[in-house]
Design a protein around this ligand. Structure first.
Ligand SMILES: NC(=O)c1ccc[n+]([C@@H]2O[C@H](COP(=O)([O-])OP(=O)(O)OC[C@H]3O[C@@H](n4cnc5c(N)ncnc54)[C@H](OP(=O)(O)O)[C@@H]3O)[C@@H](O)[C@H]2O)c1
Length: 307
């Protein structure tokens, strides 16, 4: 992290009271962020979906107004990528309108906002990693609703960071790791796509990055940034690593894994063929380094398999 007067002042302000207010506190990233913030000693209020629905502007205004945090994190989202194709209104109401409500509430309360977004804002046609200046071209309904949310945040609030991440997994919530462990239990050969590439990212690493950025964001840093763990792979490569590590932890044999093309495993939502994120701007601005996703995977598997 870089030091600086405004940042030190912001850190002192964050330590004093509710440093962070987290919407979507019950989700993968929200949960890890609340855990990490507690450990750091900073004040944090995590609000789950049942406590505040971000589609209800009055509730969002009240929550931010009462808590008066230095930084709000919007980790609440409609994240069911395939289901979104058949319920676009639900996806846009949360991911665009809800995001706007959170940004407007921050503006009213004088708070800064870290808003989470996704690698899926890109169409995947670029052969190299995407940086923040690359043109967006979201393919499916979920992706379009998240991109619309980014625009809503930029329009409503100057003091914001949009943080795009990718392929998130953790011990809590639904994700690819848990889907693979479940599917392995069913005993059949697993057919996993090997022509979509990206960077799996432990929710805990996203949480730690947010925590490291927060004082500088409170102190006025803003813009769009990318953060993922280090290491590009396909879903098939990710699955292979999950079962290698599971065997090391439990001794259970790996299921038979067959690589297949996206075209042979059709899903309702289109997905980018490449969504690797270039995270160098985040490193240069906030001093947040990437760590390899494989390390985080072992931690998550230990938590899931030894529970
Ligand atoms: N998961 C990924 O692979 C991935 C990849 C890139 C970016 N992201 C982004 O990262 C952020 C967090 O994702 P995540 O993986 O932590 O998602 P998640 O586990 O699905 O968590 C999202 C949370 O938002 C809550 N929520 C949904 N609608 C809400 C509403 N109207 N008001 C308040 N809360 C609401 C959900 O509660 P319910 O479950 O009760 O609805 C859930 O607890 C999202 O912005 C997502 O787009 C995720």
């Amino acid at each position: 992290m870089r030091g600086g007067g405004a940042q030190d002042e912001a850190l002192a302000q964050m330590s004093a009271k509710t440093g962070l207010l987290v919407f979507g506190g019950g989700g993968q990233i929200g949960h890890e962020l609340c855990r990490a913030t507690h450990r750091s000693g900073l004040g944090v209020t995590g609000l789950g979906h049942a406590e505040v629905d971000i589609t209800r502007i009055d509730d969002v205004l009240k929550a931010v107004g009462e808590s008066r945090p230095a930084v709000v994190v919007n980790a609440a989202a409609y994240t069911r990528v395939d289901q979104a194709e058949s319920e676009p209104d639900a996806a846009f109401t949360v991911n665009r309108d809800g995001a706007r409500h959170v940004a407007e509430a921050c503006r009213e309360a004088g708070a800064a906002l870290i808003h989470l977004s996704t690698d899926y804002v890109f169409d995947g046609t670029k052969p190299a990693a995407y940086d923040e200046d690359d043109a967006v071209n979201p393919l499916g309904v979920y992706a379009k609703s998240k991109e619309a949310g980014e625009r809503a945040v930029r329009e409503a609030l100057d003091r914001h960071v949009i943080l795009r991440t990718s392929w998130v997994f953790g011990a809590k919530g639904g994700n690819f790791v848990k889907a693979m462990l479940r599917a392995a239990g069913e005993g059949d050969e697993l057919r996993v796509v090997d022509d979509q590439f990206g960077c799996p990212t432990p929710a805990k690493q996203v949480a730690e990055a947010i925590l490291a950025m927060a004082p500088a964001v409170a102190g006025g840093k803003s813009g769009t940034f990318h953060f993922s763990a280090a290491g590009r792979t396909s879903w098939h490569g990710f699955a292979k690593e999950i079962f290698v590590r599971r065997r090391e932890i439990t001794g259970q044999p790996s299921p038979s894994l067959r690589p297949v093309a996206t075209a042979d495993r059709p899903a309702p939502a289109p997905r980018p063929a490449n969504s690797e994120l270039d995270c160098s701007r985040l490193a240069a601005t906030f001093g947040v380094a990437q760590r390899r996703w494989r390390h985080g995977l072992v931690d998550v598997l230990n938590e899931l398999l030894k529970a």
